[in-house]
Every structure is written in C-alpha cells, then in structure tokens.
Design a binder for this molecule. Structure first.
Ligand code: NAG
Ligand code: NAG
Ligand code: NAG
Ligand code: NAG
Ligand code: NAG
Ligand code: NAG
Ligand code: NAG
Ligand code: NAG
Ligand code: NAG
Ligand code: NAG
Ligand code: NAG
Ligand code: NAG
Length: 790
C-alpha cells in the first residue's frame, strides 16, 4: 500500500506529464507514452490509428491469441485497419524453433569478446534472420535479467555476463544491430530475475526449476526478489537503461515477484522505474504465463499479455474497461505503445515479410488442411562468417605454457581427443533440445553425449548444421597431412576403455580433453563441478600425457581446482557456447590462425562457497533478500578479499602487451549528475550520458605476433560513496601487430561517475578522490592514477 501511494506522488510530479499530450491519451494516473526519443512522428500515426478503434479491437491487440498463431506468441489483429497478427519469437542466440536459420554464439560467448563492433555485427545478423522469417518482435536479448547474481543461474549464459556496465554495453550494440533490420527487440526479463528455482508457482509442474528432482511440492507464490533501491538502480536497471537508450521497442516482465509483488503487476517497477524514470516508450509484455491478474496488471503497467488465449486480458479486459475499472485512456496507451515502435521501425509500410514458418512444427503442410505452413525460407545468408568470428574472439585462454607445450599447437605429430564434448551427438545436433514443440528442454540429468554449442530452453535454437571440434580437426589434418588424429570419445569409460584412453594419451604428442557444464531455462545448476566425469577424465589423460590441453564448453563458471595446477595441463581454453561454427572457431585458435583475445565476463572461484547460492528451500512463499547489495561477482571478491582462481576480465594471449601514458582530461563537479529541468528520454536524462572525462592510455604489443588486447578501466569511488573497491567503467579492444602500439580511450559519462542517491532519487557525483585503474583484468592493474572532484 505504501509503495503505491509513493508511486502516485512521484508520478504526479513527473516532468513528462507536463508535455502536451494528445487528448485521447490524457490521464494523469499512470505514465503515458509521449513519443520521446525520436518516435514523435510514429507516435502521432499510432494515435491516429487508435482513435479509429473500438474497445474490442484495442483489446485484441493487447492480448495474445494463445496456441492459434504460427509463432511463439501472436497478438490479435484488426483486419479492417490493416493491422496484422504480430509475430513474437525467441530467442537470444537464434530463432527457436524452426529450420534454415543460424545458431549464433550465446550471449556469454559474445560478451567474452568485449568487442562493441562485433557485438553490433552479431546483432545485425540476428535481426536479419528474424526479418527474413517475418517475425515482428524478437524475444531477445537478455539485458540484465538474469544479470548474474547467481553464478549457477540456469539462464546466466543467455545474457552478457555479471557486470552491469559490460552487460549494458553489449545489450546496447546488440539492440542497435537487431532493430536496424526493422525488427522490434525485447529487453528482458524485467527485473531481478536471477534464478530459475521457484520462478513459477506449482514448482512440481513445468517451469519448475531447481531442484529438478522436485516433483512433489507446490509453492503458492513465486520467488520474491527483495532488492534495495540503490542496488536496483546501480546493478539490475543499468543494462535496461542502455537497452532503452538503444531504442528497444519492447520489455518483458518476468516470472518472479519483486518485494512481494508479481513483476507483471508491480506498479512501482513498471509505472515508476521503467515508464517514468527510464521513460520507456514501447510496450511491456508478460513473460509466457507471467500475468496473474487483469486489472492490477493493466493498472501496474503491463501492456500485452502473452501468450494470451483469453486468460486475463481479452474478454476480462473488455469488461474491465466497460465497467470503469480500467480507464479507456489506459487501454489507448497500451495500444499506442505497441503500435509506435511497429510504425517507427517501418513494419507497417507493406514491405515487411509475412510470417513464413510455423513454430509448432518443421513440417511443410498442415496434415489436416493441406495448407503450406512452413516455407522453409533460408535466412542464413553469410552469417557463418560473423558466427565464427565472434566465437574465435570470444574464446578465452585461461592458462598457457611457454615453449613447445601448450598453445598455439606446434610440432603436432599425434593429436588425441577425449570426451564426448569433442564430437557429434550420436542422436543429432538438436538432441539436447528435443523436438517437443516449443520446449527444447534437455532430458533432465541426461548426458549430452555430443559437443555443447548452445544451452537449452527458450535461449536455444535448432542447428542447421554443427561443426564439432573433431570434424574440424580431422579437416585440418587432411589439409596439412603433418599430424595424425586419434580419439576416444567416452566420459564414463567401461570395460577396457580406461586402458584405451591411457594408451591413446600416452602415445600422443598433444592431448585435447573436452569438458562441459550445462544448464538452461528451468534448471539452475546444482553445483559448479564439471559434468560427466570431467575432472576425472582430465586428470587421467594428464597422468599419461604431459601436454594436455583442456577445452571447456560451459554455461558459466566451473571449479577447476582438481586439475588447474596439474603440470601436464599445459593450456586451458574456455569457449563457452560457440554456436554452429564451434569446431572451426576452435581450430583457428588452437593452431594460432587467430590469437585468442577473449576475457572472462565473470569471476571463476576456487570454492563454490565463494558464490551467492541459489535459494532452494522448500517453502510456500520463497523470499530472496539481495542483502549482498552492490557486491556482485568481482565486486564481492574484491570487497571480501577472496582470492579467485581467475578474476573478472582475465584472459591470456599468444603475445604480450605493455601499458603506459595514462591520461585524464575533462572536468567534473560533484552534485546531481543530470541537468536540472531537463526533458527525460528513453534510458534516462540525456545529460547523464554526456562524456565528462576522457581517460586514455597507450597499449603496446611487446610480443612477436599480432594480437588484440581488451584494456579495461575500473574506478575506485571516494570512500564516502560506499561503493565496492573497483567498478568497471570502460573497455576498449585494440588489435596490434607485433611491436606496434596504439591508444585506448575510455569516455567516462556523468552516470559512470555517479551513485544512485535514494534521498534525492537521482544520480549524484560524489565529492572526493576517485582512483583510476587501467589494466588487463579486474586484478591485473597496469596503470594507476586519480582525480579529485570538488
Ligand atoms: C481479433 O484478432 C483475431 C485474430 O487475428 C481476428 O480473427 C479477429 O477478427 C480480431 N477481432 C477484431 C474485432 O478485429
Ligand atoms: C501439485 O499440483 C499439481 C497440479 O498443479 C497436482 O497434480 C499435485 O498433486 C500437487 N502436489 C502436491 C504435493 O500438492
Ligand atoms: C523494495 O524494497 C526495498 C526495501 O524496502 C526498497 O528499497 C526498494 O525501493 C523496493 N523496490 C521496489 C521495486 O519496490
Ligand atoms: C527487503 O529486505 C530488507 C533487508 O535486506 C528489509 O529491510 C526490507 O524490509 C525488505 N523489504 C520487503 C518489502 O520485504
Ligand atoms: C469489472 O469487470 C472485471 C472483469 O470482469 C471484474 O473482475 C470486476 O470485478 C468488475 N468490476 C466492477 C466494479 O464491476
Ligand atoms: C518500408 O520500410 C523499409 C524498411 O525500413 C524501407 O526499406 C522501404 O523503403 C520502405 N518502403 C516504403 C514504401 O516506404
Ligand atoms: C492444422 O489445421 C487445423 C485445422 O485448421 C488446426 O487445428 C491445426 O492447429 C493446424 N496444425 C498446425 C500444425 O498448424
Ligand atoms: C549418453 O550415453 C550414455 C552411455 O552410452 C547413455 O547411457 C546415455 O543415455 C546417453 N545420453 C543420451 C542423452 O542419450
Ligand atoms: C590409467 O591411468 C591412470 C593414471 O595413470 C591410472 O590410475 C589407471 O590405473 C590407468 N588405468 C588403466 C586401466 O590402465
Ligand atoms: C552436479 O550437477 C549435475 C547436474 O545435476 C549432476 O549431474 C552431477 O552429478 C553433479 N555433480 C556433483 C559432483 O554433485
Ligand atoms: C605428467 O606426465 C608425466 C609423463 O607422462 C608423468 O610421469 C607424471 O606423473 C604426470 N604428472 C601428473 C601430475 O599427472
Ligand atoms: C572526449 O573525446 C572526444 C573524442 O575525441 C571529444 O569529442 C570530447 O570533447 C572529449 N570530451 C572531454 C570531456 O574531454
């Protein structure tokens, strides 16, 4: 109750309401779209359309048609006004689930590139595929929900790593690229959606989450994320602000509760934080089945119910408008928010492709009607090029040994490969995303038995082909004819298989052991251990092979202590989830055609206890207190003085770099960061994003081969700010030939220098000394300086 009262007060004094609103949308009790941020003309066109609609027509657009459509979700249509059923489809790594589309490197691999240009190119290619299939709304990317509070969170790999700045920068580029194709992108999942466990009620049923053996306990309430205002702003909202700055047309509200209220009916987070403070102009859709009411959800700010099927919106909404429980101005705003990005992105001009696949089947014809339901339109174009490049640049070299051992591979005579992850799945590339329409869940607890190149659930996509590592290495061997390839692809050797592994490892000059850890929507990881006997396999091979190279295809951090210091483990590569060109991208890095330059987008701990655990208690009303506040990932390790195995930002190269010439220019003063009286815009007041300081440094390639370095900027705030010791506030990737040097630049915005001040409810630049750290990771600091803010 209190929350709602304060919301109302804040809304009444909100500056956006003082702008002249067209009459059909005038109502001060909830935030109205204004077309701000360049959408003014599209907004006026949307209003003109809405003014011609009846109440049932308006409601039709706000309500999904359930299982009747071709897509994951479809809105109802208004044939008489030429407004079609809009098609909504997953997911962040590729279209799910149809055919003749690509599977891209997952978000976690893309983030590991720390390369804005590549992230943009990846987004462009993804968007082109959505457009080609005639999809209006992409249910992607994941932009901070989850962010990575729980390193074992089942969907961690779908997003861009456990730091709001990196996550936000990646979301920004991805959305710019995606929407350049005219496709509406969805920033998801709003908000504080950090674990799968207890995300739905009735956890015995589908969407249960951890522990996935749990079949006989029905929780009455979904998990509540209880987050303080400051943490919400500085961590969880930050990437969404970047997504809105990039123009994201849609936001998806999440399954969890926030401070006890369902995310899709929480007026404080939707009406206030998202639509007023971040000035979001597009529409809020529910996650599938995350709507729990009609009137509260609509009044709180949910605009479109998915998948719908007349559950809460539909007839219930028509009645609620007719009996005055929902003002018609609210309904007008819901429709305006849906149509404005649709018009702005040019989807209404007759040239947008019609939906040409069916998300429920790969069949061409409907068995009953004989109608063509999948035209099998090929949208892959040359996207394999960018897919391979992102996977190469996103592969992280965690350990390496100088000389003939380790990487890049030299003097290879006999290369031996171990682990099922090296090869093809005998049941096909899409076995772990079984063809259950709309499901794609990996068989619970099952071994994958093939290379892992994407996770499971709605973040997965069906492979058109999958180049596994073994296939790519065989291809290389056939070209070079300088080395032999052998393999034993078993994880749980039986019979004489251990002896075969030992003998094969023993006679090899180089051994590659492939290991994985898996997760996906619905299932958090229950531990940080490698799956399928990985630790044992590595140590056994290493005992017999003094040049053992480990390749990880994992969804997030795994414990490596069992083998990381083994003298015979000479190199470790973490390729995460590389997508369909997995083997090809790996071979480039192994043989040194490409010098690895990926950096960790999270911290790898030495002990599982160093991470914030998933909340898995059996309770009716699960509550999670984000009591660690700002201490996410490396911020936590730094503040609590925990030594990690490999820190956030870490990654090696085949060459070496030196840093020099740290310089700081510009000026800044303490106090409110935003200019008083300024007009708001999507993502927040524009002045927050103006560059206050430029920090530069020189990076030199001091080794003997070309390589790229990701230089990172961390700030240490004045002590009075109560910030973690160091926070990422810039990164710049630079490619340099041997002996070459170049400048890296970190433009620092006013928001970057601010903390969220709960009293003034604004961003404040702090008075005092800011420490400046420039380095190769969050702990490998090469240059230090400071500046004083008066
Ligand atoms: C609502 O949408 C459905 C599905 O597209 C369509 O068949 C129907 O005609 C629409 N109703 C109105 C009132 O436009
Ligand atoms: C949980 O709910 C499901 C249906 O939603 C029901 O079949 C099952 O019996 C319930 N289990 C318990 C332990 O109440
Ligand atoms: C949740 O509750 C905390 C603590 O009372 C408060 O600081 C925060 O603003 C609330 N957030 C939302 C979204 O209601
Ligand atoms: C949220 O948790 C904080 C402690 O972290 C507590 O002070 C506050 O009362 C809680 N708020 C809600 C709405 O549960
Ligand atoms: C208005 O209609 C809705 C949907 O049928 C219903 O839930 C609500 O109780 C009604 N309110 C009033 C005041 O009649
Ligand atoms: C329709 O929009 C597309 C994409 O924005 C654009 O390329 C095309 O020229 C537009 N066509 C018309 C007739 O406006
Ligand atoms: C095939 O058509 C029938 C009859 O219209 C419909 O019920 C069914 O859902 C359709 N199947 C698919 C896969 O589209
Ligand atoms: C993987 O292989 C093992 C051993 O052959 C088998 O028991 C298991 O069922 C397989 N897993 C899957 C998902 O097929
Ligand atoms: C394989 O090698 C390991 C490590 O040296 C050893 O412990 C094991 O006994 C060997 N197994 C066989 C069957 O040779
Ligand atoms: C870790 O979790 C996975 C998935 O539940 C399970 O297969 C594996 O046995 C667990 N490992 C350990 C060491 O408990
Ligand atoms: C490393 O390899 C050598 C030679 O194969 C072997 O003697 C030694 O035991 C191995 N060390 C470990 C830790 O496995
Ligand atoms: C930062 O550098 C950019 C690009 O060189 C320049 O346009 C801008 O004025 C600089 N800003 C400050 C505050 O130095």
């Amino acid at each position: 109750m209190l929350l709602q009262l304060s919301t109302l007060t804040l809304l009444l004094t909100s500056p956006i309401l003082s702008t002249a609103s067209p009459t059909i949308n005038a109502d001060p009790s909830f935030p109205l779209t204004t077309g701000a941020g360049g959408w003014e003309s599209a907004y006026q066109q949307a209003l003109a359309l809405v003014s011609q609609m009846s109440i049932p027509e308006k409601v039709n657009l706000t309500t999904g048609i359930g299982s009747l459509g071709r897509c994951e979700g479809n809105t109802g249509s208004i044939p008489r006004l030429g407004i079609p059923e809009l098609c909504f489809q997953d997911g962040p790594a590729g279209i799910r689930p149809t055919d003749f589309n690509s599977v891209f490197p997952a978000g976690i691999t893309a983030a590991s590139t720390w390369d804005r240009e590549l992230l943009l190119q990846r987004g462009l290619a993804l968007g082109a595929e959505w457009r080609g299939k005639g999809i209006n709304v992409a249910l992607a990317p994941v932009t901070g929900g989850p962010l990575g509070r729980n390193a074992a969170g089942g969907r961690f790999w779908e997003g861009f790593g456990a730091d709001p700045y990196l996550h936000g920068a990646a979301a920004y580029e991805t959305i710019i690229g995606w929407q350049s194709n005219g496709v509406i992108a969805t920033a998801k999942h709003w908000i504080a959606y950090e674990q799968e466990t207890w995300r739905n009620t009735n956890s015995g049923g589908p969407g249960a989450g951890y522990p996935f053996t749990l079949t006989n306990f029905n929780n009455t309430y979904t998990l509540s994320s209880n987050v303080s205002d400051r943490t919400m702003h500085e961590l969880y909202m930050w990437p969404f602000a970047e997504a809105l700055r990039a123009g994201a047309g849609a936001v998806m509200c999440s399954y969890n509760r926030i401070n006890g209220t369902q995310a899709c009916e929480d007026p404080y987070s939707l009406n206030h934080l998202l639509k007023t403070e971040l000035d979001f102009q597009g529409f809020v859709m529910s996650d599938w089945g995350a709507t729990y009411s009609t009137i509260p959800a609509v009044l709180a700010g949910e605009d479109v119910e998915m998948p719908g099927g007349d559950q809460w919106f539909g007839q219930g909404l028509i009645e609620s408008v007719n009996n005055g429980s929902v003002p018609e101005t609210r309904l007008n705003d819901m429709v305006t928010r849906l149509l404005t990005p649709w018009i702005f992105l040019g989807q209404n001009n007759g040239s947008y492709p019609e939906t040409n696949y069916n998300g429920n089947t790969l069949e061409t014809y409907n068995a009953t009607t004989g109608e063509v339901i999948n035209e099998h339109v090929n949208v892959q174009d040359d996207h394999a090029v960018i897919i391979k490049k992102v996977a190469e640049e996103g592969t992280i070299l965690l350990k390496n040994t100088d000389g003939d051992r380790g990487l890049p591979l030299t003097n290879v005579k006999k290369l031996a490969m171990f682990g099922t992850d090296a090869g093809a799945n005998p049941k096909g590339p899409n076995y772990c995303q079984q063809w259950i329409p709309g499901s794609q869940l990996c068989p619970v607890g099952a071994s994958n038995n093939g290379t892992q190149a994407v996770g499971w659930g709605s973040g997965a996509s069906l492979f058109p082909y999958l180049v596994d590592p073994l296939a790519a290495i065989n291809e290389r061997a056939s070209q070079e004819q300088t080395f032999d390839v052998e393999w034993v692809l078993e994880d749980w050797p039986v019979g004489d298989s251990w002896a075969t592994i030992n003998a094969t490892a023993h006679r090899a000059t180089h051994c590659l052991v492939f290991v994985q850890a898996r997760s996906g929507e619905d299932s958090d990881r229950q531990n940080f251990t490698l799956w399928d006997n990985g630790d044992n396999l590595i140590n056994t091979v290493a005992a017999n092979c003094p040049n053992t190279i480990v390749v990880e295809h994992v969804v997030g951090p795994v414990l490596m202590e069992e083998w990381v210091e083994n003298e015979n483990v000479t190199a470790i590569l973490n390729a995460h989830l590389p997508g369909q060109e997995s083997g090809n991208s790996l071979v480039s890095v192994l043989f040194g055609d490409v010098n690895p330059s990926g950096k960790l987008p999270y911290t790898i701990a030495k002990s599982a206890d160093d991470y914030i655990p998933i909340f898995g208690e059996y309770v009716n009303d699960p509550q999670v207190y984000f009591s660690e506040e700002l201490l996410l990932d490396y911020r936590r390790f730094d503040a609590l003085n925990i030594t990690p195995r490999y820190e956030f930002g870490f990654g090696l190269s085949y060459t070496t770099f030196s840093y020099s010439d740290l310089a700081i220019s510009g000026s800044v003063s303490s106090g409110p960061a935003a200019t008083p009286g300024e007009q708001n815009a999507p993502g927040g007041f524009p002045s927050l994003f103006s560059t206050a300081l430029n920090i530069t440094a020189t990076v030199a390639n001091t080794g003997d081969c070309t390589g790229a370095e990701v230089a990172q900027l961390y700030l240490g705030f004045p002590a009075s700010a109560n910030e973690p010791p160091r926070v990422l506030r810039g990164f710049d990737k630079i490619s340099l030939c041997a002996g070459e040097s170049g400048q890296v630049t970190f433009p620092v915005t006013k928001k970057d220098l601010s903390i969220w001040d709960v009293y003034s409810q604004g961003w404040q630049i702090v008075q005092g000394t800011y420490d400046v750290y420039v380095g190769a990771s969050s702990r490998d600091i090469k240059l230090v300086s400071n500046f004083i803010v008066a």
